[in-house]
Design a protein around this ligand. Structure first.
Ligand SMILES: C[S@@+](CC[C@H](N)C(=O)[O-])C[C@H]1O[C@@H](n2cnc3c(N)ncnc32)[C@H](O)[C@@H]1O
Length: 279
């Protein structure tokens, strides 16, 4: 179990999709314009949200996706979610063939730990390596190793929704700033890849790919949450407070008072990153 439930990933999917930086998505589409076929690896794929947002951006009518995650429950949920999203699906040996948005998308599910099996999961010559909401969990060392592995394949890299440390709640609370500092400390603990980069992950990604000669572009993809996102705001605040509690920096009374507030809006900053190999 990864600690990310299918219900949480489903709750955030609509917001994730609307928050992505459209200019960067356009650059990705342009880079692959005119290609008939593409091989794509999605890391930390969860229930396949990134495929559902990214596959329709790409011209290629034939796409081969490998969805990698170490949580078997999420892989099962991904198959269900993709089937629900598709016009129709078929099974061809171990592949799920998804017909959606005019495209034929071959999906291979791969249960693997990225930290241990990075080279292996990238497979033979992907055109694109992608991920959504993953890299703030990763350490700077892993990010360097990962960028090196992608560069050896001369593959393009596109990741969205990497948490970048910005946060605001409405209404504001006197404990917000201290809570954010504690949350950031929690972010910089080991999430399975060594000590996480947390909000420094976008800079670590950009630096790692630039040092390998890649052309790097970034865009903002903040969650701008309002009245219509009340459930997500409430769950976000609860998860945020639970992480802060684990740091032991706040007493129960302050945490209780902070959690008791009904919030009507929130902003959570994210960065999208596109890294393209040198021409
Ligand atoms: C925040 S979720 C994002 C899921 C999905 N990409 C999305 O945008 O909805 C992070 C995902 O990374 C996966 N993950 C975390 N650490 C991993 C590891 N070491 N190996 C493989 N998958 C991992 C989790 O199981 C989870 O599905």
């Amino acid at each position: 179990m990864s600690g990310f439930s299918p219900e949480w990933l489903s709750l955030r999917e609509g917001v994730d999709h609307r928050s992505r930086d459209a200019r960067l998505a356009g650059k990705l589409a342009l880079y692959f314009a005119g290609r008939d076929q593409l091989r794509i690896v999605d890391l930390g794929a969860g229930t396949g949200s990134n495929l559902r947002a990214t596959a329709p951006l790409l011209d290629a009518m034939q796409q081969q996706w490998t969805l990698v995650d170490y949580d078997p429950a999420l892989i099962e949920a991904a198959e269900r979610a993709l089937t629900a999203w598709a016009d129709r699906t078929e099974r061809v040996r171990e592949l799920l063939v998804v017909h959606a948005r005019g495209r034929r998308i071959e999906v291979r599910f791969r249960e693997a730990d990225l930290e241990a099996g990075l080279e292996d999961v990238l497979g033979a010559g992907p055109d694109l390596v992608t991920a959504s909401a993953l890299f703030d969990l990763c350490s700077p060392d892993f990010i360097d190793r990962f960028a090196g592995a992608v560069a050896r394949h001369k593959a393009a890299f596109y990741t969205v929704l990497t948490y970048n440390g910005e946060q605001a709640w409405t209404p504001a609370h006197t404990a917000d700033a201290g809570m954010l500092a504690a949350f950031t400390a929690h972010q910089r603990t080991d999430k399975g890849f060594g000590v996480s980069a947390g909000p420094d992950a976008p800079a670590a990604l950009a630096g790692a790919f630039r040092s390998l000669g890649y052309r790097v572009s970034e865009g903002n993809s903040p969650w701008l949450l309002g009245e219509a996102d009340r459930r997500l705001i409430a769950e976000l605040a609860e998860g945020f407070a639970a992480a802060v509690d684990e740091t032991g920096r706040f007493d129960a009374a302050t945490l209780g008072a902070w959690t008791a507030v009904t919030r009507t809006a929130a902003v959570v900053g994210h960065t999208d990153t596109l890294a393209l190999p040198a021409l």
